[in-house]
Design a protein around this ligand. Sequence first.
Ligand SMILES: *Cc1c(COP(=O)(O)O)cnc(C)c1O
Length: 391
Amino acid sequence: MKKDTRLTHAGNDPANNHGVVNPPVYHASTIASATLDERDWRGANRFQEGVYAYGLGGTPTQGAFEKAVSELEGGERTVALPSGLAAVTVAILAFVKTGDHVLMVDTVYEPSRTFCDRVLANFGVDVTYYDPMVGAGIAELMRPQTKVVFCESPGSLTFEVQDMPAIIAAAHAGGARVVIDNSWSAGYYYRPLDQGADLTVQAATKYIGGHSDVMLGTITMAGDLYRQVKSTASVYGFHAAPDDCYLGLRGLRSLSARLPRHRDSALAMARWLETRPEVAAVYHPALPSCPGHEFWKRDFTGSTGLFGLLLKDGYSDAAVAALVDGLDLFTIGASWGGYESLILRQHPERCRTATPWTTPGALLRLHIGLEDPDDLKADLEAGFDRLNAAA
Ligand SMILES: *Cc1c(COP(=O)(O)O)cnc(C)c1O
């Protein structure tokens, strides 16, 4: 069956649920056993799909959500986590110990970077940041101790698309696992596991949730890695709440309807913005000017609603604020992937080491929501008028 058909039904089991289409929201700490033998059996088999031993490990509610995300990402098993950041940290912690080395893309989501610099560094795990455009050159950065090569494609803030097959081949040749933050594509327009990545991570808070009302993360992988990842999540005490997993599953059901709309509106806006005299560059993976556009064309089947916009140099902070603060439809906010449009000013110069950001001009990040793009254009046009008036 085709992708959208599978996503419409994955994880649902009405025949075992009184005919109710959606899975029930099980609130659970205790999972009861009838006998001590059953109790032992549950404990011993708790990593099997559909076996539950204690609330922390999840219930059929988490199970239904995880099954649907596995279908989306093309993996065998998924672990739901309480946030995208928790998914990032667990995916790394599952495979490193003191003395190991991690290769981290320089354009990673900034809190993922903070985790490396604070937690991993304190625990004696060495981290090297690398250029997102490194490609096969990652081989030269590999060490015998390199256990994880972490990718995020496209990168946060500047949207470089990575040459994943080249990176995966070099990482595997050196014995490292490849983890990729796949939040931008939602797993709907890119499936890194199909290209050999070991783990794909998503902030399900973003497109999977889709409605700006839930914190949720996912790690999807082949079955043989599941035990290690799930047990890592458990020893840290992570648990994705059943209500949130229910919302995640509900959001996932409409991905195939929402994402093409985000894609089309964002592309139209990006192309229009490229023609504006105030704009120095638009960073959008589907535009030929985006670094790694050729990899996006090769590996992705679509684009989503988030992209960057660089204003020409010379506008004052106050002029940029006049543009942004006066917008009616674009909310100033960070958690993209919802139905509404967002805007933020970004500062890559504060969080890059391998590829220092020296490009002049104010960088804005736009998320194009489900509004009519004509209204969004009018809102931004008025913003450009304020920008010019204040300049
Ligand atoms: C938002 C985001 C995260 C973190 O997700 P939360 O659920 O907010 O913790 C991770 N990676 C990327 C690329 C993100 O944009």
